[in-house]
Design a protein around this ligand. Structure first.
Ligand code: HEM
Length: 382
């Protein structure tokens, strides 16, 4: 809101402007369709702008509705906190869809010119009131564009910083991971020899077993790290969701936590790498179980839509704090005292490589965290 009031002062947007926008709203709203048509005509003329419409023509239909709604709010307000938050979201969404920044500016110009044209056809622009209305419109468009560009830059910078951190992480992990494999391999070979020699010594056997387990753990961590930076091709095949989830659950230690599955996906199948799909479920449920300990609950919910399946994993744990939430899917970020923070980074990577998405929020039902994974079914045949 601080940004909004600063902008209001800067462009001189006043309650008189609010009143004028409300007055011209019914005069201009019959022309919103024309504004929206010209907006998309321009978008579709440019390859880079069109590329942001990943779901093609169907998305244009959805966006036309969104943009019309945006136009109504522009003239009707109320220009309050919620208004600013909705405007802030636009810039962030545009970063997510990789829309180059200049298209926001040029698109806003199309909106500006088209509205201006219709305004001068309906109002006498030479009159004081006509001029004042035109100025009010320019001001609110300036404010909206400034908010949009502000959050766009904020998110783009955060994303670039994250990419840089991850690139450094990748280089480090690649070299350290490979270097550690060799000494671990030597330890494993020596353990094998020692186990043979200590056949009659129960205490020594126990200790050797412990060392062996820990070496296994270290190897697993290295495998996960290398998996994060490697681009192994996906071995896609037809996979049924519910049985995969059931088998993944078998390998999670429940440690007193109750896990229930609500299968609303009705035998859904998808084209996926079965090992990765299983790993996605294991990592999410394992995290949820850790969060819900000692005697909480975890709920796994499966559902489907026209284009994909959704896997929801909710827990009764403490939830995720806003500070951690933004970086939760980055490697080495963890809320657990044990664990290195690779599980969720891996899940995100696997989900995205399948063309899906993952979100985290709060579970209304259980009070803890809720992870929602959506994966496209992409051509899974019955
Ligand atoms: C004046 C400039 C623009 C305005 C006011 C605007 C407005 C909006 C709004 C209100 C949303 C919804 C945000 C939300 O989910 O809360 C949105 C999303 C989006 N915008 Fe824009 N936009 C502008 C420019 C563009 C341009 C030039 C493109 C080019 C392709 C574009 C493509 C999209 C797409 C693909 C989404 C995602 C919508 C979805 O969820 O399907 N926008 N925009």
């Amino acid at each position: 809101m601080k940004l909004f009031s600063e902008l209001q002062r800067y462009v001189g947007f006043t309650v008189d402007d609010e009143r004028r926008l409300k007055v011209v709203h019914p005069l201009l709203s019959p022309h919103f369709q024309d504004v929206v048509e010209r907006f998309y005509e321009r978008v579709l003329q440019h390859d880079d702008a069109r590329a942001a419409l990943q779901r093609g023509e169907r998305q244009v239909g959805h966006l036309k509705v969104t943009l019309t709604q945006w136009l109504h709010e522009l003239f009707e307000g109320p220009w309050d906190d919620a208004y600013v938050r909705r405007r802030e979201r636009i810039g962030r969404v545009h970063v997510l869809i990789n829309l180059p920044q200049h298209f926001m500016v040029t698109a806003m110009n199309v909106v500006r010119l088209t509205l201006r044209e219709h305004l001068s056809n309906t109002l006498d622009e030479a009159s004081d009131e006509g001029r004042a209305s035109r100025d009010a419109l320019q001001r609110i468009l300036d404010i909206d564009l400034a908010i949009m560009l502000h959050t766009y830059r904020e998110d783009l910078e955060a994303r670039n910083a994250r990419a840089e951190r991850l690139a450094t992480f990748g280089q480090l992990v690649g070299s350290i991971g490979h270097e550690l494999r060799n000494p671990l391999g030597v330890i494993e070979t020596s353990l094998y020899v020692l186990k043979g020699n200590a056949a009659g010594d129960a205490k020594a056997q126990r200790h050797l077993e412990r060392i062996s387990q820990q070496v296994g753990l270290a190897n697993d961590i290295i495998t996960q790290l290398l998996e994060l930076i490697r681009d192994r091709p996906l071995a896609r095949q037809r996979v049924e969701l519910a049985p995969t989830v059931a088998s993944a659950l078998d390998s999670v230690k429940l440690e007193g936590v109750t896990v229930s599955v609500d299968d609303g996906a009705g035998g859904a199948a998808l084209q996926a790498d079965p090992t990765q799909l299983r790993q996605i479920v294991i990592n999410l449920v394992d995290n949820a179980v850790q969060a819900a300990q000692p005697a909480g609950q975890v709920r796994v919910k499966l559902s489907r839509d026209e284009q994909g399946v959704t896997l929801e994993v909710a827990d009764s744990g403490a939830g995720i704090s806003p500070e951690v939430k933004n970086r939760l899917f980055e490697p080495l970020v963890t809320t657990r005292t044990r664990g290195v923070g690779l599980g969720l980074a891996l899940v995100k990577r696997m989900v995205e490589r399948h063309g899906g998405r993952i979100e985290v929020g709060r579970s209304d039902e259980l009070g803890g965290a809720r992870f929602t994974v959506w994966l496209p079914t992409t051509g899974a045949t019955a």
